[in-house]
Design a binder for this molecule. Sequence first.
Ligand SMILES: Nc1ncnc2c1ncn2[C@@H]1O[C@H](COP(=O)(O)OP(=O)(O)OP(=O)(O)O)[C@@H](O)[C@H]1O
Ligand SMILES: [Mg+2]
Ligand SMILES: [Mg+2]
Length: 499
Amino acid sequence: MTAAAVFAIEDALAQYDPVLGLEVHVELNTNSKMFCGCPTEFGAPPNTQTCPVCLGLPGALPVVNAKAVEAAIKIGLALNCEIAEWCRFARKNYFYPDMPKNFQTSQYDEPIAFDGWTEVVVDGETYRIEIERAHMEEDTGKSTHVGGATGRIHGASHSLVDYNRAGIPLIEIVTRTIEVAPEKAAAVARAYVSMLRDLLLALDVSDVRMDQGSLRCDANVSLKPHGSTVLGTRTETKNVNSFRSVERAVTYEITRQAAVLASGEKVLQETRHWHEDTGVTTSGREKSDADDYRYFPEPDLVPVAPSREWVEELRGTLPEAPSTRRVRLQEEWGFTDLEMRDVINGNALELVVGTVELGVSAAAAKKWWLGELARAANESGLELGSLGVGAAEVAEVQKLVDDGALNDKLARQVFDGLVKGEGTPAQIIEARGLALVSDDSALIEAIDRAIAANPDVVEKVNSGKPAAAGALIGAVMKDLRGQGDAAKVRELLDAKLGI
Ligand SMILES: Nc1ncnc2c1ncn2[C@@H]1O[C@H](COP(=O)(O)OP(=O)(O)OP(=O)(O)O)[C@@H](O)[C@H]1O
Ligand SMILES: [Mg+2]
Ligand SMILES: [Mg+2]
């Protein structure tokens, strides 16, 4: 790219604000499919988990999976949504081999959950994200295009379809448009998908494996001139399948659209595909808002009307919301805003939680995580949470300190060994010879050596200056290379000198 072109893009970026919209599909972890009893297990041989209903054979009748409705309500509640008192499924009609019925059973204008919100934290700042709706639908079959020159659909000689996935319950969670500064947009998108993953895991409604496609994100991106109230044209990048890809794809689209606008052209409304290897999106199909799926209410399924009692019962089973939990933990631990920010930005919240749950005081957990380990993370340019040191190891080291087997100085060396991957705390203590000497005979030997080497100090003590004994403690500790148990040394020395 020429310098002029780069300048033009930067210039364009300075004039526009990105607008995002995230559609996340979650495959539920129910044992059976959305509208039939077929199993949902991943990885079975193609087309072995199918029946007339999910194959769309004429005359087959679907029945709603109550567990999927329950999961949908839990997700809706966790995202602060209203739960519909009455809602229906709708047919989304389209013709494609991955959907043998020629329509996907989905929800349209009557979703089970709507008008919610959630929050994400990026660089210590909280961003509120409005949820437009969360609706139930079924997954489609999986097509594989094979043969031919490129292995891609246009060059493929034929396509294979596996209907094992057809009919697996999906929840689609759709945000309202998110307006965020260009330098934060990609990080906010990533934080949102990552937060959703944590939330869905905590709700136990999905195994949320992005690599296996049980959590998939479509990222809508557009650019809008500063101050304008009119949205720009969006592109929809499909099936981005890792947190990092979400971040990269959003950044790529913002830059690409800025380049398009800078060159005086218009952004096309279309779906795009993300290529992990090359880090670019390419054009998919044109998609207008007027795309006619000829939605109409599904006549073969009864409406879903969850009773308010059931909804409240499910609300009672929800785990604490991540944002509420953060505030509670900060208060319980007595961490400052800054300390909490460091923990969260370092992706170490669960590590600190784990450390405290293992019985370590919040003060000790803070001392190690935000002292020793944060320093090591800084030095190596890693995130605190990616150092490879676990909560169990920190708890183990602290226990050794509490038991008097290590002092803080030695503990710091154990942490250094942990960060450098030298093994378990016990192995590091052994290999580096870090054990605190508290064995009486070893201490007495060192005390005797100190007394023999410092007759003048002993003289002073004997002549009524007990404070002079401090010099002897220093000598003993030096002899023991700082590994003597200081309290014990003092006690034994006092006894020896009769003070
Ligand atoms: N101009 C825009 N720029 C960025 N995002 C937008 C814009 N307009 C709408 N969006 C967002 O795009 C997403 C649209 O998702 P939605 O499921 O409603 O429709 P769709 O993508 O047309 O349908 P489908 O589910 O068939 O893909 C929403 O998150 C919405 O907030
Ligand atoms: Mg959608
Ligand atoms: Mg979409």
